[in-house]
Design a protein around this ligand. Structure first.
Ligand SMILES: [Cu+2]
Length: 197
């Protein structure tokens, strides 16, 4: 015969019910060879609805003649500043249709940040240092993450039918891959395969 449930279980069950409105979701991103991809962008448009911001801020710094981070994911409308921590000057630019800009040779932090007002991928370079490159991935949602070394990103998602978008710097295609994602009330996992070079 089963013993009666201890009293402590009742409040635990209640908190489980409350937490059920957001399901912990794992997205594993891998290449066509099956190997996990680190630094992949995973973004979820909740119920497929676009959402932008006019308050978010982010940063790509320059240190030791490198951009940091190499991949930045932001919500559409985010203002990005480009502080230079090197003693040499940098000249940061993007020719990408998602956001074209040019920060002429500077030291320190340019006065005005760059607002990324359109979804897509902007590839950055420096006119002085050819080896410097970075990517700004602009998504129409505040729900996003990057994959870790094992290709895994974790997100808390509400139940519903969403749009899952993924991208990796080794993809020849500058567009994010999109697919439907159905989330119920329990935890789940999605595996995404991207064509990379
Ligand atoms: Cu530079």
């Amino acid at each position: 015969m089963r013993p009666p449930l201890p009293l402590i279980v009742a409040p635990m069950l209640l908190s489980l019910v409350a937490a059920a409105s957001a399901a912990p979701w794992t997205v594993l991103v891998r290449g066509q060879d099956g190997k996990p991809l680190a630094d992949a962008v995973v973004a979820v448009e909740i119920k497929g609805q676009h959402s932008s911001t006019n308050a978010a801020k982010a940063e790509i710094s320059q240190k030791d003649r490198q951009f940091l981070p190499f991949v930045l994911v932001i919500q559409t409308g985010t203002a990005v500043s480009f502080p230079n921590f090197d003693t040499v000057r940098h000249h940061v630019y993007s020719f990408s249709p998602t956001k074209k800009f040019d920060l002429k040779l500077y030291a320190g932090t340019p006065a005005a940040p760059v607002v990324f007002d359109k979804a897509g991928v902007a590839t950055l370079g420096c006119n002085i240092h050819d080896q410097m490159s970075a990517h700004v991935v602009v998504v129409d949602t505040p729900v996003f993450a990057k994959t870790d070394a094992s290709g895994v990103a974790r997100l808390d998602l509400p139940a519903g039918d969403h749009q899952l978008k993924t991208w990796h710097p080794r993809m020849p295609d500058p567009r994010l891959q999109a697919q439907g994602l159905s989330v119920g009330t329990s935890t789940g996992q999605t595996v995404v395969t991207l064509q990379v070079e």
